[in-house]
Design a protein around this ligand. Structure first.
Ligand code: HEC
Length: 146
């Protein structure tokens, strides 16, 4: 008497679980295609297109010409000026981690959101100073650009 009951139950389980498994597999696949296997920081793509050409994918800079961003004491000390450097550029001698640099960094017309995202990316990945900024802060700093 128990047998047909069990059969019904296992058939039901397969019928219910197989589509669920397929849906989960599809979601996982789409997620992986979308994130390229990792969840990407919102500032990463801007960094790669607007900054990495000079400062390097890993913020390493180039010896004597382009200052590094990795634990850059200059950027950490003058953190509030970064929005102005990004939009207006920078062109005066600076000393970063004991090495002097004097080349031109050209300004980039980034939006406030793009600037905030890229600054957060730089802060988290390279400066390691756990500052987190938003577009309102970027606008505040822009008011103070010299
Ligand atoms: C054309 C090459 C170039 C690009 C592109 C560029 N920079 Fe720079 N960056 C420089 C140079 C050169 C300096 C030093 C300028 C000077 O000596 O006046 C500098 C200085 C800096 C500094 C301060 C010095 C330090 O290392 O702490 C920061 C921070 C910085 N850049 C961030 C960025 C960010 C963020 C971007 C992208 C939005 C970017 N840069 C794009 C060349 C570049």
């Amino acid at each position: 008497m128990d047998k047909p009951k069990l059969n019904f139950l296992s058939k039901f389980k397969i019928a219910a679980l197989a589509p669920l498994a397929i849906v989960l597999l599809l979601l996982w696949f789409v997620y992986n295609v979308y994130t390229n296997g990792q969840v990407q920081h919102p500032g990463k793509s801007t960094y790669q297109t607007e900054c990495a050409g000079c400062h390097g994918d890993n913020g390493e800079g180039t010896a004597q010409l382009i200052p590094p961003l990795v634990r850059a004491d200059y950027a950490i000390r003058h953190f509030d000026s970064i929005p102005c450097w990004i939009t207006n550029g920078m062109n005066h001698p600076i000393i970063v981690n004991d090495i002097e640099y004097n080349q031109v960094m050209y300004g980039k017309p980034l939006s406030d959101v793009e600037a905030a995202n890229v600054i957060n990316y730089v802060a988290q990945q390279f400066l390691k100073n756990d500052r987190k900024v938003n577009s309102a802060w970027v606008n505040q700093q822009w008011q103070k650009c010299k």
